[in-house]
Ligand binder design. Structure first.
Ligand code: ADP
Ligand code: MG
Length: 240
């Protein structure tokens, strides 16, 4: 089976000469729940920006299912739902309109977009807020609004950039449950985070990125086993 996402030797040099990605390669299987973990400035958002063609890459290759983003962006775009790190909707627009209008971007009919908007706004607890302007929502609600918007075309791959940063613990757990449910229903999920605890709670595979390089790419189980072994070795050394 082809991977949901395949990235080969991706590089990015920003206009000021800063090398944000230095040959990133990774592959995410269909159906996986994958965490891209790394500290601030590691290159997570740059990687995601390139995958959805918001940021121009300097080199390398990105393939989403069977679509190369260079030669077949129209197909790649339909496969991906993206929840960016920063709120990027019009704060004065109505919640319902934000989700329905997104369907137009994918060439969906108004009726289908409206049906999906209702389904996902309800699933994310925002249906009561549908007539409010987006700016009246709390931070956690705005984040959920972006998730509903990202799902309107029912993408095969959902990518979330630090979806729970600044979200309180109760809301975070609700969001985790929701993501686990849609992953169980077949959507491949990639999220970036700087919480190992979050990766551990949710994901099956993990890539650790630092200074624009992947320093680890493994299953969560294997990573934890290794961490525990290192802690165990450290403990035994201290015992001597
Ligand atoms: P992360 O999402 O992991 O916090 P980013 O991908 O946002 O990291 O940024 C990676 C590095 O690239 C950081 O050092 C950041 O300052 C730098 N960077 C991001 N955007 C730009 C830009 N437009 N111009 C120059 N440098 C940038
Ligand atoms: Mg970021």
């Amino acid at each position: 089976m082809i991977p949901a996402l395949y990235i080969e030797n991706l590089s990015k040099v920003y206009g000021n000469g800063f090398e944000a990605l230095k040959g990133v390669s990774l592959s995410v299987e269909q159906g996986d729940f994958y965490a891209l973990l790394g500290p601030n400035g590691a290159g997570k958002s740059t990687t995601i920006g390139i995958i959805c063609s918001l940021v121009a890459k300097s080199g390398g290759r990105v393939q989403v299912f069977d679509a190369d983003i260079d030669s077949d962006f129209a197909a790649a775009k339909k496969y991906i739902g993206i929840v960016p790190q920063e709120f990027n909707f019009n704060m004065f627009e109505r919640v319902l309109d934000i989700v329905v209008n997104q369907g137009g971007y994918y060439g969906m009919s108004r009726a289908l977009s409206a049906e999906r908007a209702e389904k996902y706004l309800k699933a994310l607890g925002l249906w009561e807020k549908r007539d409010d302007a987006a700016r009246n929502l709390s931070g956690g609600m705005k984040r959920r609004l972006m998730i509903a918007r990202a799902l309107v075309h029912e993408p095969r791959l959902l990518i979330l950039d630090e979806p729970t940063a600044g979200v309180d613990i109760e809301m975070r757990r609700a969001m985790w449950e929701f993501l686990q449910k849609i992953n169980a229903e077949g959507t491949t999920i990639i999220l970036t985070t700087h919480y190992l605890e979050e990766a551990e709670a949710l994901c099956r595979h993990i890539g650790i990125i630092n200074h624009g390089e992947i320093v680890e790419n493994t299953s969560i189980k294997e990573l934890l086993r290794r961490l525990h072994r290192e802690v165990f070795i450290l403990d035994s050394v201290e015992d001597l």
